[in-house]
Write a protein that binds this ligand. Structure first.
Ligand SMILES: [Zn+2]
Length: 149
């Protein structure tokens, strides 16, 4: 699926990324970025590879732990190619960086609602016209550019 991303959306993403004070270079890794986000915000971020339908690339949910903390869980379809996995991680991280909202609940609740949430992930992906999705996609592309040149 090809989504064209406007220049203004990329510029908006760049502005938000500059405020992170993270040094995006071709030497920085996704792990560096996650570590920086965890240090500079009160967020904890976990990346998990999961068996998902092929049509679902990934998803992000805020999970409430037993001790009452929120850990951002990014689920990545383990059948994707490495490049698709990286792109999907950047897309989901962009949602977190932008302060978007997602489903929030315990891990048990997540598993109980699994079917519905997988449909939600698919819906979001296929409805790329959603402003939030286009902005996350623009940010993922800007991060990708700034970490590869
Ligand atoms: Zn998204």
């Amino acid at each position: 699926m090809f989504i064209s991303i406007s220049l203004s959306r990329r510029q908006k993403a760049k502005k938000i990324l500059q405020k992170l004070n993270f040094n995006f270079t071709n030497r920085s890794t996704i792990i560096d970025l996650i570590t920086h986000l965890e240090k500079t915000t009160d967020k904890k971020i976990k990346i998990l590879f999961a068996k998902l339908p092929l049509t679902t690339h990934g998803g992000w949910f805020s999970i409430i732990t037993d001790d009452g903390y929120i850990v951002e869980h990014i689920f990545i379809n383990d059948m994707l190619s490495p490049l698709q996995q990286i792109h999907t991680i950047l897309h989901e991280l962009s949602h977190i960086i932008r302060g978007d909202k997602t489903w929030c609940g315990t891990l048990n609740e997540l598993f109980m609602e699994k079917e519905r949430l997988i449909k939600l992930m698919l819906y979001r992906r296929l409805n790329g016209s959603n402003e939030q999705e286009l902005d996350a996609e623009a940010m993922a592309l800007v991060i990708h550019d700034s970490m590869t040149k």
